[in-house]
Design a protein around this ligand. Structure first.
Ligand SMILES: [Fe+2]
Ligand SMILES: [Fe+2]
Length: 213
């Protein structure tokens, strides 16, 4: 999506529409759901609840990714950085839609706190972006690497029978790794301490809350 010719007001309206769609709507995926080839296997109630808790965390992660990238794009100085961020956000929409599909299949729901997750991530993204485009891309690399690591944990922790969630997470993991590589190639700078540690602590808190709420 190119917004190079949009005015600041157009951008604000487009950001607001995107936020509302992400939090309250049902954004559609462009690619087919990776779970389509996996049979639904009946799981015990506690396994199903655990799988839903993990997929709710992943769904929140994608809500945060949308918000971070839109917040960063809103203040990006360079048009190519903005394009890069908005293109990454577009790919995250597939992840968002697949996680929402899986939550429905598990008879569960997205996090009740999604408006809070979105607003806080947008603000963090915009603050990071104000430091400059190298920082902006560095923030993308750190976010994607941390998401990749927590997807690995979830692949270990999912009930063995939940092939459908696992298929979704495997494609997401490959995408997140590519997003990080692309941002590195585009000129990301390495974030200094304690930023990566603070980001990991915030993400740990989010995961603990989103597992249940
Ligand atoms: Fe993602
Ligand atoms: Fe990503």
């Amino acid at each position: 999506m190119s917004i190079r010719h949009l005015t600041p007001l157009d951008r604000m309206l487009s950001d607001t529409q995107r936020a509302l769609e992400t939090v309250f709507g049902a954004p559609a995926a462009e690619r087919p759901n990776p779970a389509r080839g996996e049979a639904e296997v009946v799981m015990e109630d506690d396994e199903r609840r655990h799988a839903a808790g993990l997929m709710r965390i992943n769904h929140v992660g994608e809500v945060c990714a949308q918000a971070l990238y839109c917040g960063q794009a809103a203040v990006a100085r360079d048009a190519s950085t903005r394009e890069h961020l908005l293109h990454a956000a577009q790919e995250e929409t597939d992840h968002l839609a697949w996680c929402a599909d899986r939550l429905r299949e598990l008879d569960s729901r997205p996090s009740l706190l999604n408006p809070v997750w979105y607003a806080s991530s947008y603000a963090i993204g915009a603050l990071a972006g104000l430091r400059g485009d190298g920082w902006n891309l560095g923030f993308v690399v750190e976010t994607e690497r941390q998401v990749e690591a927590h997807i690995d944990e979830h692949l270990e922790s999912l009930p063995p029978a939940d092939g459908r969630s696992r298929a979704i997470l495997q494609v997401m993991k490959a995408d997140e790794a590519r997003h990080a590589d692309n941002a590195e190639a585009a000129g990301a700078r390495i974030l200094p301490p304690p930023i990566p540690t603070v980001m990991a602590a915030a993400s740990k808190l989010m995961k603990a809350i989103a597992y249940r709420f």
